[in-house]
Design a protein around this ligand. Structure first.
Ligand SMILES: Cc1ncc(COP(=O)(O)O)c(C=O)c1O
Length: 412
């Protein structure tokens, strides 16, 4: 099986590129990658916002936000003021109290890792139990493994959300322990939203006060926050979340991986002492941190909320169109409320090879983005209904099946 290979023209060490050859090579690479986007229907890396005004800063300036974002440190080549502005802006949108704390991570996986590590430290001598639905992202199990925390999976309901009845049953067995519930808001495969208000209510009913509710909203936090109040699912700090993580390279189109982790209250890790060498507190998972990402986030957010609301609406409109087209073609497809994702029965191998669809063995999905070309949807539906017309040469290998993605989750 071959994938479109975008690789170097020669192995480093074998030759040296002259500047003109190097320039041409990278120009070709950019063109090939842009063309390949037409076939990427699965992954939620939005690319419609670009950042040309940041060009000189991104390519000619070292920016290292080492250590704590609230503590400048000795160096001047950082963007911590932008980082704090991004955190504050999103914290306001997600209903965080004034006591908020956060930082820009390398991605949502790191954000969840920080939240679970902090929970491990928050209850000395009492190991917290972690609960997450079977549809949670694999980063939750990875973080539990790293921090030696027990993870218990909660079933999902037919809509792909955490089953609150099952949560109540499981939590009832752990009233004597601190608990961390990881709510997924925008599950990886179906974009279902766990109900954070219901989760908090179950904890209250069972008098579980030693608790944290971390919300993994890698894709969906911002598009949901921009919905009218009466349509907005219960996912944020006003519903009981204690921390939320939201990726920048997904909806916000930062074009390099990053995420914004926000806590309602400064975590235990925020009390980590100063490092004399850097002059900042070492409150983050990494030491040196990418200082360009806060600029990319700030650049994306500076377009204003109306622009982002419009992007979310365009994505949902295209998802509705895609869903209709698939059903009209007789292909099993489903889409949850407000979702940009359309879940489909897994297509035949040659269709999966032509299109990037993230198949998991039984299902695949299309995540509609503002710049997803409707012509790609039309061509895809045609391929589904006429698979023998699709060339047999596969374009890319099928995605590996990850245990947490093979769940009982069945989209509504
Ligand atoms: C629900 C969820 N959480 C976490 C992640 C991982 O995010 P990141 O790639 O920013 O680490 C993803 C990525 O697809 C996801 O869907």
């Amino acid at each position: 099986m071959t994938s479109p290979v975008f690789g170097p023209p020669f192995a480093l060490g074998d030759a040296t590129a002259d500047p003109a050859v190097r320039e041409q090579h990278f120009a070709d690479l950019a063109q090939q990658l842009a063309a390949a986007r037409f076939h990427n229907l699965a992954y939620p890396g939005f690319t419609d916002i670009t950042h040309p005004a940041l060009g000189a800063l991104l390519t000619g300036q070292l920016l290292n936000n080492v250590g704590d974002p609230y503590d400048g440190g000795h160096g001047h080549d950082h963007t911590k003021t932008y980082e704090r502005d991004v955190i504050n802006h999103l914290a306001d949108l997600f209903g965080a109290p004034a006591s908020r704390w956060g930082y820009v991570t390398s991605g949502s996986s790191e954000g969840t890792d920080h939240a679970l590590w902090d929970a491990r430290l928050a209850f000395p001598g009492q190991e917290p139990v972690v609960l997450a639905s079977t549809a949670a992202h694999y980063s939750v199990a990875k973080a539990c493994n790293r921090h030696r925390l027990t993870l218990i999976h909660v079933r999902t309901d037919p809509g792909g959300r955490m089953d609150i009845g099952d949560l109540r049953t499981v939590l009832g067995q752990f009233r004597h322990r601190p608990v961390v519930i990881v709510a997924t808001v925008g599950t990886t495969m179906t974009e279902a939203y766990d109900d954070v208000a219901d989760i908090a209510t179950v904890c209250d009913d069972l008098a579980i006060v030693r608790r944290r509710i971390h919300v993994d909203a890698a894709l969906s936090a911002l598009p949901l926050a921009l919905l009218p109040a009466h349509e907005r699912p219960a996912f944020d700090f006003s519903c009981g979340a204690t921390s939320i993580v939201n990726s920048g390279h997904k909806f916000l189109s930062t074009l390099t991986p990053c995420a914004v982790l926000i806590y309602a209250e400064p975590p235990v890790l925020a009390r980590t002492p100063h490092v004399p060498y850097t002059g900042t507190a070492d409150t983050t998972i990494g030491g040196s941190r990418n200082g360009h990402n806060p600029l990319r986030l700030w650049s994306a957010l500076s377009h204003g909320l109306d622009v982002h609301r419009g992007r979310a609406e365009r994505s949902r409109d295209l998802a509705a169109y895609t869903h209709d087209r698939l059903l009209a073609a007789g292909w099993p497809a489903s889409r949850g409320p407000h979702a940009m994702t359309v879940v489909i029965a897994q297509p035949p191998a040659r269709v999966c090879a032509k299109w990037v669809l993230a198949p998991d063995g039984t299902r695949a999905h299309i995540i509609c983005k503002p710049d997803t070309d409707p012509a790609a949807i039309d061509e895809f539906v045609h391929d589904l209904t006429h698979p023998t017309t699709v060339p047999a040469t596969p374009r890319q290998p099928a995605a590996a099946v990850l245990p947490s993605q093979v769940s009982s989750e069945v989209p509504a």
